[in-house]
Design a protein around this ligand. Structure first.
Ligand code: GDP
Length: 454
């Protein structure tokens, strides 16, 4: 149990919610809390009571309310606390999907004394009951939101506790240093066998390095969690929509021979070399008189402003001069890759530095993906890091590193009180990361990212 859980452990009600999205073949309802079995048993009836041994076994029964049977085939499972996901008694009812039946089963559970769960409340309880640390709880949301295999691997390693373990080891190292310094404070007169100052400094250095090493993974962490926005822009009719379709490997955008037909921006999720990418296809940028086209072009410019990378696509078979990317015309300071499309045409003469592609047969896409990968990771062949921290973790780590630097400065002046205070401050920050010392506000922010039933 962590510090917060002790504060919250006083009373818990029993919560219930759908664990599956409505409209599927199955609807799974999750119930967690001290009354889970009692409430579940009021709604579900099978040959034997829900809690009869063996537990963690699916049993067939029916779900009913006062009016009669709501679902004639419901599989129920009882997972007793504390060895359940939430650490509490958990009951799951697997009902037939469909609009009405499962909803009425949930309603019957609420009438039987359950409260409808808040978003993320099951995972929050798992955290409060010490089943997961905060980095693991966050990994549950990362796992659900993962847009690429790399993001999925990262989330799974974090869910397995790798990041939390690293931070706890760091925290333990600081605790040892603090104990040493506190004993100097407690017995200042005695000439005990103190650890030499140089070795304390080495300990602080190691901790600082470990913080910075984790901090260095933040860019990767944010890219894998949030993805990057890649905007396809350029003059009309150069093949932007065709390229979007080629990258996606399916027809999503409408392709026509008539210039100026893409009037609005279109966004699609894809992944390129393991990088989750939000691909935005935009209206062709040119001087336009038509009001609708002009507003489409305005949106294209707005998308460019929000991009991480712009693919400026031109028709490689036409002179570049009339199609060139002019930085002064756009509010964008990030990287721009010039793509010379239609390289299948005889007249194709791509400008220097441009990547020749053919959206019709996929030629050049590999080179384009290589270039995107290089831009994003700043290295040609990126290897997945074992851990990659989020922006929230980054803030904690930066603050911890700052406190460690302050501790080292105080160590030079042998200001032991200050060293101890700075070490405690660093520990508090690491505790915020794993949830050991996280305040309720942080928890609200973390768990508000979750969906209901998780
Ligand atoms: P956008 O207006 O820039 O989105 O361009 P579209 O994707 O709608 O394509 C305009 C026209 O160019 C269509 O007729 C496409 O079939 C054609 N096109 C797109 N890419 C290529 C290409 O690589 N080679 C050739 N030859 N034609 C292409």
């Amino acid at each position: 149990m962590n510090e917060i859980s002790r504060l919250n452990a006083s009373e818990t009600d029993t919560i219930a919610a759908f664990a599956t999205a409505l409209g599927g073949a199955l609807a799974v309802i999750r119930v967690s809390g001290p009354e889970a079995v009692a409430a579940g048993q009021r709604v579900w009836q099978g040959a034997a009571p829900l809690a009869s041994p063996p537990c963690r076994t699916l049993r067939l029964g029916v779900a009913r309310n006062a009016g009669g049977v709501l679902d004639g085939e419901v599989l129920a499972v009882y997972m007793p606390g504390p060895h359940s996901f939430t650490g509490e008694d958990v009951v799951e009812l697997h009902c037939h999907g469909g609009a009405l039946g499962a909803r009425l089963v949930l309603l019957a559970l609420l009438e039987a004394g359950c409260r409808h769960a808040e978003p993320g409340e099951f995972t929050k309880r798992a955290f409060l009951n010490g089943r997961l640390d905060l980095t693991q709880a966050e990994a549950v949301a990362d796992l659900i939101g993962a847009q690429s295999e790399s993001a999925l691997h990262l989330a799974n390693r974090q869910l397995g506790g790798l990041l939390g373990r690293r931070v706890r080891e760091l925290d333990e190292g600081l605790a040892d240093l603090l104990a040493e310094i506190e004993s100097r404070l407690d017995f200042p007169e005695e000439d005990l066998d103190w650890e030499p100052t140089a070795s304390l400094r080495a300990g602080l250095d190691r901790a600082g390095d470990a913080c910075r090493e984790l901090l260095d993974s933040q860019t990767e962490g944010e890219i894998l969690r949030q993805g990057i926005v890649l905007v396809l822009a350029g003059p009309p009719n150069v093949g932007k929509s065709s390229l979007l379709n080629a990258i996606l490997g399916r027809d999503r955008a409408i392709v026509t021979e008539i210039p100026g037909t893409t009037r609005d921006t279109l966004e699609e999720l894809a992944h390129i070399r393991g990088i989750p990418v939000r691909l935005v296809d935009t209206a062709g940028i040119r001087e336009a008189n038509d009001l609708i086209e002009r507003s489409g072009i305005e949106r294209s410019r707005a998308s460019i402003r929000q991009a991480q990378v712009v693919l400026w696509i031109v028709d490689g078979s036409q002179p570049y001069a009339g199609q060139a990317w002019h930085p002064g015309e756009h509010t964008f300071a990030g990287p721009v890759l010039v793509v010379a499309n239609k390289c299948d045409r005889d007249a194709c003469d791509p400008p220097a530095g441009a990547i020749p592609t053919c959206a019709l047969d996929g030629r050049g896409l590999g080179e384009l993906f290589d270039a995107i990968e290089r831009l994003v990771w700043q290295t040609p062949h990126h290897r997945e890091s074992e851990v990659a921290v989020s922006a929230r973790h980054g803030r904690c780590l930066a603050a911890a590193a700052e406190s460690l630097a302050a501790a080292e400065a105080a160590l030079d002046g042998e200001a032991w009180e200050l060293v101890a205070a700075a070490l405690r401050a660093a520990q508090t920050e690491l505790g915020r990361m794993t949830g050991r010392t996280a305040d309720p506000d942080i928890l609200d922010i973390v768990f508000s990212r979750f969906c209901i039933g998780k």
